[in-house]
Design a protein around this ligand. Structure first.
Ligand SMILES: C[S@@+](CC[C@H](N)C(=O)[O-])C[C@H]1O[C@@H](n2cnc3c(N)ncnc32)[C@H](O)[C@@H]1O
Length: 240
């Protein structure tokens, strides 16, 4: 995270605004959370106890979803913003087996703290803030944190290699937001969100689905696949 981004996420208003609008702005949000739970049930639920690492946890939504289906999980939540971690602490207060780590991804990859071993690492809408080489470093670190046979599941924005397809993805996003806003009768400032998303520094960091899956393969992940994709929103991952 750049200094300015870190400052932004650390501002209470910015962080809270994101949480308010995330369900509207992120196409397939509920579906990807449902798919993550299905993934967990299918691949991991029989193998208790499971340790989960959530990278860029925000308010802890992913850990919350997983703990709700398996409260034997111990969860380690990492975020560069203390304010977001505070929200996560509040959200997960009923679960005892949680740990909160205030570190940026850049700090994780340079300092390589020993956070223990995990059966699954997850991350939603956080890794796209990194440059390609920072993503590769993070994937390497995650690989080192997983047990043999452990999984890494990423929910995030991707971009298309082809300009016209990318333009359509953005239009598809606009159409879906408008549809949802009318259906839910809520106002969300799509233009502002769109401007922020396509703003040069942010946009330049987005990588294609293929590039990210190849980066996972390069650090040693197998069974790498895309599990879900709707325009620019995708869910993908692999196994150690
Ligand atoms: C868009 S929010 C997503 C939060 C949550 N995972 C979700 O799906 O709702 C992005 C989160 O990633 C964190 N983040 C962004 N860049 C980061 C970085 N370089 N290191 C650590 N955390 C980062 C932000 O603080 C924020 O909490």
């Amino acid at each position: 995270m750049t200094e300015s981004e870190l400052r932004q996420w650390s501002q209470r208003d910015f962080a809270h605004k994101y949480l308010e609008i995330a369900d509207i702005m992120i196409v397939g949000r509920k579906r990807s959370l449902d798919m993550l739970k299905s993934f967990y049930r299918y691949f991991l639920r029989g193998k208790k106890p499971n340790r989960v690492l959530d990278l860029g946890c925000g308010d802890g939504v992913l850990a919350h979803e997983l703990l709700n289906i398996d409260d034997s999980i111990s969860a380690t939540l990492v975020d560069g913003s203390n304010d977001m971690l505070e929200k996560a602490r509040e959200k997960l207060v009923e679960f005892g087996n949680t740990r909160f780590v205030n570190m940026s991804f850049q700090e994780l990859t340079s300092e390589k703290p020993d956070l223990g071993k995990f059966e699954i690492a997850v991350s939603s809408l956080a890794i796209h803030h990194l440059t390609s080489s920072e993503k590769a470093d993070l994937f390497k670190y995650v690989f080192s944190c997983l047990v043999e046979g452990g999984y890494f599941v990423v929910i995030d924005c991707t971009r298309s290699q082809a300009g016209p397809v990318e333009d359509w993805f953005l239009e598809l996003w606009r159409e879906r937001i408008e549809e949802r806003q009318v259906g839910l009768n809520v106002e969300a400032d799509f233009e502002k969100m769109y401007e922020k998303y396509t703003e040069t520094e942010h946009y330049s960091r987005l990588d294609t689905m293929d590039a990210q899956m190849n980066a996972l393969r390069d650090v040693g992940f197998s069974e790498v696949d895309c599990y879900y994709k709707h325009g620019l929103f995708a869910m993908f991952g692999g196994k150690k």
